[in-house]
Structures are given as structure tokens and as C-alpha cells.
Design a protein around this ligand. Structure first.
Ligand code: NAP
Length: 328
């Protein structure tokens, strides 16, 4: 097989770091390890701002990737998504358009882009599946991010039909793991609770979780998702997107998450739920049937074990983690 150069855009983020971890720790030549003829590049925004076509081209000229896993995106929690809708729409449209077009002009053999289950219609029949992405408007809180991401699927089909490009996309649910974004005002639920529980322990204060704790959510451990991306890179060549998720039966409640965090952090103080805070939708599960039909079977890391690894990483790396604190 000819030498391959795999470029991971957004290679310094939560998922990019997990792919790097798997590629560097699984045995060379194994199912998820680096192949002997492969070079992997994990690009950060400092190597090129992908909103800019010239910088994107330069990155492609420098590395000449044969394969691209496109993760770079403006990603944020609810608050930032609500406040900066145009920025989320525009930055992500620009990043995606530049990466897709550079992949076409540089004759990249294969491109996998990353969507998200949160770009689905607000009103959908559950479980979500791969056919329901464009079936109605997204939730108004994140319509900028959602429309930009949905457009990637449209572009993939157009590039394939007009130019025969091997472009496709993956749809993960919420991701968690080492190297997450722990900035309190902007983080997703797991890193936000981990950070708050850690501070409650450190400062001897209460650990209060917003809502009743009853809503159910699907989460995927970043290192499991990393393996699924590597599998996709090697085995999945259809333009249609594929949901990369744990099964519906693996949903966890916010209370189960908070309990596991309390245990992993070793927090022994006062812990309660603020039922005055809104719960949001009770559940919005996605089906991983298509994934299992294609991959056969996959061993997901048990939730508590994955959370424990993530919390330990956060505690050990608190000074350098993305917490929003000014570093010394
Ligand atoms: N986190 C989740 O729960 C979740 C769930 C579903 C789907 N996703 C999707 O998964 C992918 C990875 O998410 P993540 O959570 O790993 O994100 P993340 O931790 O926020 O990392 C984002 C990455 O994108 C890069 N980036 C941002 N703007 C860029 C720009 N203008 N030019 C070049 N690079 C840029 C960042 O580079 P620097 O750090 O160097 O600036 C970083 O490497 C995204 O496409 C996201 O939409 C995430």
C-alpha cells in the first residue's frame, strides 16, 4: 500500500488528542494502531487558521495529506452558542468550506468530517438516525452551529456527485475525556460538573447540580470515539453519515453522572440538586444500529471507568488544562 499522510484538523482539541493517544499507544499495525506506511499530523489553529482559504491551502501544501479527519470547529456550550449565533454559523461554514475545497483541489483520497447529534431537528421522532438530520429546524439556541454542520453533509453529496470525491461524515453524541474544555461558563455538562465538583472539594463548598438530575443523555468516551474514527478511515467509504455512539440502552442520567463525578473526585461535602433550574428535554437518544451493522461489534469503555480516567486526567493536569484560569 502507498504511503499515507493522515491530517487531523482540530488535532489539539478533545477528540483530536484522543485520536493521537490511540494512534500512539495501540501497537503499530494493529486494528487501531498506526500502520507502518502512515504519517499522522495533528494540526492546531496556530498552524493555520482554517477560516482563511490561503492558510488552509498552505497547510495542505505543507503536508500533502492523502487522508483528512476534519475535526476543527468553533465548538461551545449553550451560553456561547446562544450569544454568538452568527459567529458559530460563519466561522464553521468558512472552516468547513475551506477544508472540503482544499481536499478536493489537493486530490485527497478520503475526507471524514465531524457533525454532532445536537445539529438534529428540535422536533424529531426518537431515536435519531442518519436519515433525520435535515428533517426540520434545529433548536433555536444553536441554529448557527447546526446549519453550518448540516451543510457539510450537503457539500459531501455535491462533491461526490460532481467530482467523485470520497467525502463522508460522522455523527457523535456528546463527547468527554482528557483534554476537554473545562471553562465554567462555556463547558459541556460533564467537564463543567467535574470542574465544579473539584472546586467544591478544594474550597470546602457545596456541590450543587442544576435541575432534578433525571434527564437522560448519551455520551461517548473520546478514546472510544477515536477508535471508531480510525475504523471509519479504514473501512467506511459511503457518503452517507454514520452515527458513532453508544447504544440507546447506555443513556445515563445527570444524577448518575454527578454521582460518578463525586466518587471519582473523592468529594465528601454537601451535594444536592437545584430543582429550580430547568431540566431541558428528558431524553433525545440516537440509534447506533447502523454502526453496529457495519462494524459488527465494539467494546465501549464502561461509563464509570471512562469518567474515572477523565477526572484523574483533569486533577493531574489542572494547572495546564483548559479551565479559563490564567496560567502562571
Ligand atoms: N465536544 C463535544 O461534545 C462534541 C460533540 C459532538 C461533536 N463534536 C465535534 O467534534 C469535533 C471536535 O470537537 P472537540 O470537542 O474536540 O473540539 P475542541 O476541543 O473545542 O477543539 C477544537 C479544535 O478545533 C481547532 N480550531 C478551532 N478553530 C479553528 C480555526 N479557525 N482554524 C483551525 N483550527 C481551529 C482548535 O485548535 P486550537 O485549539 O489550536 O485553537 C482545536 O484543535 C468538532 O467538529 C465538534 O463539532 C464535539
Amino acid at each position: 500500500m502507498a504511503a499515507a499522510v493522515v491530517l487531523v484538523t482540530g488535532g489539539t482539541g478533545l477528540l483530536g488528542k484522543a485520536i493521537q493517544y490511540i494512534i500512539e499507544t495501540e501497537p503499530v499495525g494493529s486494528k487501531y494502531g498506526k500502520l507502518p506506511n502512515e504519517t499522522w499530523i495533528f494540526a492546531s489553529s496556530s498552524e493555520g487558521d482554517l477560516r482563511d482559504p490561503e492558510q488552509t491551502n498552505k497547510l495542505y501544501e505543507k503536508y500533502k495529506p492523502t487522508h483528512v479527519i476534519h475535526l476543527a470547529a468553533l465548538v461551545g456550550g449553550l451560553f456561547r452558542n446562544m450569544k454568538y449565533k452568527l459567529t458559530f454559523l460563519r466561522d464553521n461554514i468558512l472552516i468547513n468550506d475551506n477544508v472540503l475545497h482544499a481536499s478536493y483541489t489537493h486530490k485527497t483520497t478520503k475526507l471524514i468530517s465531524c457533525l454532532s447529534t445536537c445539529v438534529y431537528p428540535d422536533k424529531a421522532e426518537y431515536p435519531l438516525d442518519e436519515n433525520k438530520i435535515h428533517g426540520g429546524p434545529p433548536h433555536e439556541s444553536n441554529f448557527g452551529y447546526s446549519h453550518a454542520k448540516r451543510l457539510v453533509d450537503v457539500q459531501n453529496h455535491a462533491y461526490r456527485e460532481e467530482f467523485g470525491c470520497n467525502f463522508t461524515s460522522a455523527i457523535p453524541p456528546s463527547i468527554f475525556g482528557p483534554h476537554d474544555n473545562y471553562v465554567l461558563e462555556d463547558a459541556h455538562v460533564i467537564p463543567a460538573l467535574v470542574h465544579r465538583c473539584y472546586l467544591a472539594k478544594k474550597n470546602g463548598t457545596s456541590f450543587i447540580v442544576g435541575g432534578t438530575g433525571k434527564p437522560l443523555r448519551q455520551f461517548i468516551f473520546s478514546r472510544d470515539l477515536a477508535k471508531l474514527f480510525i475504523w471509519m478511515l479504514r473501512e467506511y467509504d459511503d457518503v452517507e453519515p454514520i452515527i458513532l455512539s453508544v447504544g440507546e440502552e447506555e443513556e445515563v442520567s445527570i444524577k448518575e453522572i454527578a454521582d460518578a463525578i463525586v466518587k471519582a473526585v473523592g468529594f465528601e461535602g454537601h451535594y444536592s440538586f437545584d430543582t429550580n433550574k430547568a431540566d431541558g428535554q428528558f431524553r433525545k437518544p440516537a440509534s447506533n444500529k447502523k454502526l453496529l451493522d457495519h462494524i459488527g461489534s465494539f467494546q465501549f469503555t464502561p461509563f464509570e471507568q471512562a469518567l474515572d480516567i477523565s477526572v484523574k486526567w483533569f486533577i493531574e493536569n489542572y494547572d495546564t488544562a483548559r479551565t479559563g484560569n490564567k496560567k502562571a
